[in-house]
Design a protein around this ligand. Structure first.
Ligand SMILES: [Zn+2]
Length: 252
């Protein structure tokens, strides 16, 4: 008891689970997917539903006991997924909003003249655009900036690393910041422009290193580490950015 009062959040959590465990009627609804797999696993899908993947002949009581034992985990994940989905659905861009570029934030600004772009201190576009048109314009600006900026970074690091990519393309990839084809052509997501400059450089170096090693072997990481010793910190920053973007709707 003394423990519980010392940490309010923890108390609430544990009290709830203690009452719920005895009540099998409170079992969270779930979708059961049976397959030839060997083990049980629980997933929270994109629609905030619980999906239980089970071996073909595993008995239901066994599955239900497992689901019940994971109740706390399921509830906290469901809560998070539901919140993120809500934020994503409500995502809208307005004039004055701050958006990330190179790890800084700049406002969306109205400017007469019909041009769109970035001038070093703000993103600008014509005034009086409906909010659903601001997003595609912003994506166009990110793409333009990415083409220019990433091309330059690739050229610089290609010289340093003595490799010659056959092409550089900007894509709309949602989960891959960059990729390298077997033909040594590099792709980068425009979303990468929201990251810090060091992080963008790391992804550029990472993809260039794939020209030397088409895998993630120790030799590959040695090439990367020579140029970007702090690449693990870059991974963490990218994870954070990915999580932030998951609650925003940048779909094209
Ligand atoms: Zn890779």
């Amino acid at each position: 008891m003394a423990n519980e009062s010392s940490n309010k959040r923890d108390t609430k959590h544990r009290t709830a689970s203690a009452t719920d465990v005895g009540e099998s009627s409170s079992l969270t609804p779930y979708i059961l997917v049976r397959s030839s797999r060997k083990t049980l696993a629980i997933y929270i899908n994109k629609n905030a539903e619980v999906e239980v993947r089970a071996p073909l002949r595993m008995p239901i009581p066994y599955i239900e006991r497992f689901v019940l034992s994971k109740k706390d985990w399921i509830e906290s994940r469901l809560e998070k997924r539901t919140r993120v989905n809500g934020e994503k659905a409500a995502f809208v861009l307005r004039y004055g909003d701050l958006l990330p570029l190179w790890g800084n934030e700049y406002p969306i600004t109205a400017r007469e003249g019909g041009r769109v772009g970035f001038d070093g201190s703000c993103f600008y576009m014509p005034p009086d655009m409906p909010s659903d048109e601001i997003k595609p314009v912003m994506i166009r600006i990110y793409r333009l900036l990415a083409k220019q900026y990433i091309q330059g970074r690739v050229e610089e690091y290609a010289r340093i690393m003595r490799v010659s990519p056959t092409g550089v393309r900007v894509t709309g990839a949602k989960t891959r910041w960059g990729s390298c084809s077997g033909k040594k052509s590099l792709n980068f997501s425009w979303r990468l422009m929201m990251a810090d400059k060091e992080v963008i450089d790391y992804i550029v170096v990472h993809e260039l290193a794939h020209i030397l090693e088409l895998n993630h072997s120790p030799q590959f990481w040695a090439h990367v580490e020579k140029i970007v010793p702090e690449y693990k910190a870059c991974h963490r920053k990218l994870d954070q950015l990915q999580e932030k973007l998951a609650a925003q709707d940048w779909d094209e």
